[in-house]
Structures are given as structure tokens and as C-alpha cells.
Design a protein around this ligand. Structure first.
Ligand code: ZN
Length: 503
């Protein structure tokens, strides 16, 4: 027993060092994406690459593997929901995954994706896919090599999907998506057959400091803790955990839009509240992180959409918004505003898409990824395949590649595969978690209508946030809502948009 105690202590000490390295990388990353002068870029990439190598080396240290092997029988002797058992089990699983990928491949992926990202930042504004084509061909090679480390698999995308959404395979996602698609296509059709909502008043000058004053008030009320976080400006909004006492969010203020900064801030606050809500005891271990990309996304989209685009929410907050922007919103009623922030349209840009069509954007990317990995689509043919799918699925065609295949950073900053399914899993799970919280606390919508969120926030902290990575996504889903199911999401969409569009 004491032998196990000493080993557990050694495990914690080893992991604390890995966690320090991760926290340092996160601080440097945050700085790079916010206030670092351009001149710092070259050396900063080297610093981050160096730290990621050090972290990988510490985490794949055979001494850690030995400790974990020694501790596994102890973990199995503990109750399944013991924190110590979870720490050993989760670390063992992540260790097994990490040692399968050779250090040389980890370094090659880090270097190649960071170079590709740099090229993308120039090639996208220049609308020049040809510059990226050789880089993407190499990315696809590296994606194969990564997948090969986990052979045998059913589908070459499975290891890439599993890395983001543990327990999911390409076939599971395909089945889920086809079920969803069968319901979403007619819903989107019925809505877009009608006259579009007027949202022109959202597209005018809204001073960024006034937007920030409003969003800061909203996310404080949500439960985002500014004593353990802060809000800054960036080009591409993100949330980042430096440690349990410091989880930051960023947003952007493009010209002439209210929706973009407003809803991205609520979105990132959702990610950050998840990280802030993890049990403080888990600090310094792999348990101190959201459990999967899909579950993480469910938390951001719950606050952004299910709460932030609800009628009850705006019943309370619209008068506040009106008092901040009396000129811009002059003569606009609550109902008009509510319709505008829930406008459904066949559009080109995923991140700006409404709740009804959003998943159709995701499915296009997911299918194209699979085709690339299966070898049925060549990189050279990707731009045209993108246009063809947008034409077929959404009835729109981007005028160029900038808003076509070059639109999203994912393929240009990561491997190809496993990057997009999490968004749709997040939408489905957000509706499931919210429906569950409502069944236990039917007073939640009334509270939202009074600008109060503590019952919802407490339910999420209790059932999801605090656990961090203690439970895998399938375990967490089993404990809270049973199983992944599109029904609550479709019910939510049909009720909300049925009322909005009198379907
Ligand atoms: Zn997100």
C-alpha cells in the first residue's frame, strides 16, 4: 500500500512538470495571438516548437510508463469513480497514445503545420490556393503517417477522429450526420422559402468599447470569473487555459457588425467556464482539461446559442443593449432584434452560419476530409470539389477560393481529418445537456428571462465542468444523458424555428 502511495506521489510529481511546460506554452501562445509585435514571430515559433518537444519527451519518458504499469493494478483495486483511479487510468491511456507516435513525426508535424499556417495567412488574402497545394499534399502524407501509428483501424480517419473525440469512428459520425441531414435539409428549405429576416441594422458601426462593456456584463452574469481570467482582442477568437487560476478568452471587433464580437465572446466564455469549473485538485494533472473536443464545443454553443440566442435572454438584455446603442437600434423592437440574430440563410461562411444551416457546412468539410484520406479526391481537385458541394448542399457558390476552400484555418494549421465533426457533436450535445438540465430545473428559462444563470451554471459545473477529463466523453454522456442522440437537438430547432417562421 505504502509502495503505491510513493509511486502515486512520483506520478504526480512527474505530471506536475509536464503541466508546468504546458502552462508556459499556453502563456507564450496567448501572447503570440494577442500583443506580441510582429518581429517576435520567428523566435516565438522556435520557442513553442522547443517546448512542445520537451513536453512530449517528458510525457513519453519510459520512467513514466513504468510508474503507470506499476500503478494500474492499484487503480483497478479502487472504486471506479475514485479520482486517483481516474488519474492513473487517463494518464495511462494518454501515455499509450503518445508513445505510439515517434518523436521525429511529432516534430515534423509541428514544423510543417506551423509553416503551412504562415503560408495560409498570406495565400488566403491573395486567393492563391496553388501556393498551398504542395503544403497540403505534405499535410495529407503526415496525416497518413500519424494514422499508421495506430494501425490496424477500420477507417484511416479513425485515429484522427479518436484523438479529438475519444471513442468515435468515421462510421459513427457518418451515420449520425446522415440522420441529421435528412431532417435539416427540409427544415432549411421550408425556412428559406420564406422572406428572409431583416438584419441590416446589425451591420453598421458599433463602437468596440461599448460592445465590450455589454458582453463583459453578460458573461459575468453567466458565471465567467474575471478574477481567474481576462478578455482581450485577437484576429481569431479562442479560449486558453494557462492554469486553473487563469483561463483567458479573446474576441475580435470587425467593422460594421454587432453579431460577430457579441456571439464569439459568449462562445469563448462557454469554453472558458468549462475549464474554470474543473476541480481545483486536478491542477497539474491530465485530468485538468475538458474531456473531448465535442464536449468542449457543446459548452461553448450552449451559452452562445441555446442561451444567447434565446427569446428569454433578449427579453432581459435587449433593453440594456438598446440603452447602449440607442441610435443604431432606434425603432427596432425586441421581436425584430430576436429574428435578426436568428436569421436563417444559405450562406458561404461556416463561422457566421445560423443554427439550422451550420451543420451542413460541417458535413461538407467532413466528407471532403474523408475523401482526401480515402484517396478518392486529389488535393489538386479540392477547390472545385468544395464549390460543387456548396452548390449542391447550400445552393451557393463562393466567388473565389478565399471564401471557398481557403476559408477555415483547420487544414492549414493541423493534420487533415478529425477537425470538424466536433462542432456538430457539440450542437447535438448542447441540446441534450440543456434538455436534461431543464428536466431537473424547469425554472431555468424564467431565470434566464431575469438575467440570472446560477441554476444552469451550477448544473453544468456539477454534472460536466468539475469532472474535467476524469470521465471520457462516452462515460460523461452515459452519466448525464444516456447516449448521443440527435432527437433533443432536432426538437429544439423545430420548436424554436417553427415558432419564428410559423412552420
Ligand atoms: Zn468553440
Amino acid at each position: 500500500m505504502t509502495d503505491y502511495t510513493a509511486k502515486l506521489q512520483a506520478l504526480r510529481a512527474h505530471l506536475a512538470e509536464v503541466s508546468l511546460l504546458n502552462g508556459i506554452s499556453a502563456a507564450l501562445y496567448w501572447d503570440q495571438m494577442t500583443y506580441m509585435p510582429r518581429g517576435g514571430a520567428a523566435v516565438r515559433s522556435k520557442q513553442l516548437a522547443y517546448l512542445s518537444q520537451q513536453t512530449h519527451a517528458r510525457f513519453t519518458d519510459p520512467a513514466l510508463g513504468k510508474l503507470l504499469d506499476d500503478l494500474m493494478p492499484y487503480a483497478e483495486s479502487l472504486p471506479a469513480d475514485s479520482d486517483d483511479a481516474a488519474l492513473i487510468r487517463v494518464t495511462h491511456r494518454e501515455y499509450q497514445r503518445a508513445v505510439k507516435v515517434p518523436a521525429e513525426l511529432v516534430a515534423a508535424i509541428a514544423q510543417h503545420t506551423s509553416e503551412t499556417y504562415q503560408v495560409w495567412t498570406e495565400a488566403r488574402p491573395a486567393n492563391d490556393f496553388s501556393r498551398l497545394q504542395p503544403y497540403l499534399e505534405q499535410t495529407l502524407n503526415l496525416s497518413y503517417r500519424y494514422a499508421e501509428c495506430f494501425a490496424p483501424y477500420d477507417h484511416v480517419a479513425d485515429p484522427l477522429i479518436d484523438a479529438a473525440d475519444y471513442g468515435m469512428k468515421a462510421d459513427d459520425i457518418k451515420a449520425l450526420f446522415s440522420q441529421l441531414r435528412a431532417a435539416l435539409v427540409p427544415l432549411a428549405q421550408a425556412i428559406t422559402d420564406q422572406a428572409p429576416a431583416d438584419d441590416t441594422f446589425l451591420h453598421q458601426h458599433y463602437p468596440s468599447e461599448d460592445i465590450e462593456r455589454f458582453t463583459t456584463d453578460v458573461i459575468k452574469r453567466f458565471g465567467y470569473d474575471f478574477e481567474r481570467g481576462r478578455l482581450d482582442k485577437t484576429a481569431h477568437p479562442f479560449a486558453v487555459r494557462l492554469n486553473s487560476g487563469d483561463v483567458r478568452i479573446t474576441t475580435r471587433y470587425p467593422e460594421n457588425t454587432l453579431s460577430d464580437p457579441l456571439f464569439s465572446t459568449l462562445h469563448e466564455a462557454g469554453h472558458a467556464m468549462y475549464e474554470q469549473g474543473i476541480k481545483a485538485d486536478y491542477e497539474g494533472t491530465p485530468l485538468a482539461a475538458g474531456t473531448s473536443a465535442g464536449v468542449h464545443e457543446s459548452q461553448s454553443r450552449l451559452w452562445e446559442n441555446v442561451v444567447g440566442r434565446s427569446y428569454a435572454f433578449w427579453q432581459y438584455f435587449y433593453p440594456h443593449l438598446l440603452s447602449i446603442f440607442p441610435r443604431q437600434l432606434n425603432g427596432i423592437s425586441l421581436d425584430q432584434f430576436y429574428r435578426a440574430v436568428n436569421k436563417v440563410e444559405r450562406s458561404l461562411i461556416r463561422t457566421e452560419a445560423d443554427e439550422v444551416t451550420y451543420n451542413l457546412h460541417v458535413m461538407i468539410r467532413f466528407d471532403l476530409e474523408l475523401q482526401l484520406l480515402e484517396g478518392t479526391l486529389r488535393i489538386a481537385d479540392l477547390p472545385e470539389a468544395w464549390h460543387a458541394r456548396y452548390q449542391a448542399d447550400l445552393g451557393v457558390r463562393a466567388p473565389d477560393d478565399r471564401d471557398g476552400v481557403l476559408q477555415d484555418v483547420h487544414w492549414y494549421g493541423m493534420l487533415i481529418g478529425g477537425a470538424f465533426q466536433s462542432y456538430t457533436l457539440g450542437n447535438i450535445l448542447a441540446a441534450q445537456f440543456y434538455a436534461k438540465a431543464l428536466s431537473e430545473h424547469p425554472e431555468i428559462p424564467d431565470e434566464i428571462g431575469r438575467g440570472e444563470f446560477s441554476t444552469l451554471h451550477s448544473w453544468l459545473r456539477e454534472n460536466i465542468y468539475q469532472h474535467g477529463s476524469k470521465y471520457t466523453a462516452p462515460e460523461l454522456i452515459a452519466r448525464t444523458v444516456g447516449k448521443l442522440d440527435v432527437t433533443p437537438y432536432l426538437t429544439y430547432l423545430r420548436q424554436k424555428y417553427g415558432a419564428l417562421y410559423r412552420l
